[in-house]
Design a protein around this ligand. Sequence first.
Ligand code: ME8
Length: 515
Amino acid sequence: ISDVKAVTTSSYITTPIYYVNDKPHVGHAYSTLAADVLARWRRLQGRRVYFLTGTDEHGQKVEKAAQDAGMDPQAFTDKVSQSFRDLTATMGFSNDGFIRTTEERHKRACQALWTKLVENDEIYLGAYEGWYAVRDEAFYGPDELVERDGVKYAPSGAPVEWVKEPSYFFRLSNWADKLLAYYDANPDFILPASRRNEVVAFVKSGLSDLSISRTSFTWGVKVPGDDAHVMYVWIDALTNYITALGYPDEAAPEWQLWPAEVHFVGKDILRFHAIYWPAFLLAAGLPAPKRVFAHGWWTNEGQKISKSLGNVIDPVALVEEFGLDPLRYFLLREVPFGQDGDFSRSALVNRLNGELANALGNLANRTLSLIQRNADAVLPEATAPTEADAALAAQVAALPGVVGAHLDRQEFHLALEAIMAAVRDANGYITVAAPWALKKTDPARGLAVLRHLHDALRVFATLLQPFMPGTMAKLLDQLGLPEAARGLDALSTKLPGGLALPPPEPLFRKIEQAA
Ligand code: ME8
């Protein structure tokens, strides 16, 4: 039965595609990290996974950035896109695909979707007159703007300019009721719930038709049959999610993975994903994604992260200083996923020293060192549990289900909290059982305690693999688990006593807390 499930259940997981106007920072790494952890979890469950990230390379904002750099836009996007590709290696991301919107396959997909929308009478030619923010690549209504010193700004803080040009429109106004029905029928389509409510309220207030082409610049996908227009960068960008699966070739093997399980996005771009995107898809007769999860924003030691403030956090420097897995752990542990968070060095050091080095690292090191010294470096046999053993074992046995339920809702922080609560209890158990004192007084009990601890560590290491793949691979090596026995279904098979275990090595390096 589990085999059938493995082939019939699949997951398509995506990140935003990032603008190539600037190099990646910790916020970009954060979105992709969340997607990476879910993708790794699904693979651990035996699902077929396609995990996609990439770069968004058209539009006025990127065109301006290329001009500022004195470069041709294609050469400029080639260069910056590569820095996002490099980030996937730095952060240990396991993406199956990397898409660039300047690829031919993507232009084809955009034009096919456009043509379909024209056939379905969802697009008409008109003229756009209104406010546009290049920084957000978004149109705003006059009532959404604020004015400071004679300059008008979007709610995001981006300056807006008055735009007047011929434009194709998408009949978004026709879709409000259908979108509301879709949200109703799929209560978890938008998570977290607070964000869902915002979107529902916005759609209920009524939707205007959406301008989806521009004539005032050329860096984009040409509108089929009308070369004077390039597509609005958001219809181009959103289409990436289906390009990557082979659209418009619905016979392509990857196409079966549509609709996506989750599009991970920052809260800044929820409107595009939860309103425009399902409307485009439904209008083209395609299924809408199953979920859009909008996560919060990181600030840096209390301040908004921005290039002009010079406080952009470079993920490469963090990995060098703290190590990759502690950083991955911290980002998903520190802040409830979905809420805003503040990046502070001292918080990272506290988590690393307290939870990783002390709680988990020491538990593993003490247990595995004692197995070397007191158990001839082999795994003791499983024995009948005492009450204390059974309590720990029951808590540990429930963990995969608890973690799985949290990850199904992208509650990364709660999944980690549950694992760490069990690690704390395992530390309580080792302190009370004191296996180091038992070699002389009750060696058989000493061995039994080590076996129970080994069983618990195996579960912790297995479940933590998606979060800290490198370090957990080391721990699983030390625990004697062969590669083939590291999936979730392997947890139901007991390891044989007598398995030879290698001497342990420390998993985490503590960091001095700055005074
Ligand atoms: O919006 N904290 O690209 P973008 C957390 N190309 N996340 C952050 C962040 C921060 N301080 N700063 C950025 C675009 N992000 C479009 C997307 S998708 C079809 C097109 C993350 O380069 C967050 O995920 O401006 C946000 O949504 C994304 O970077 C914006 O990246």
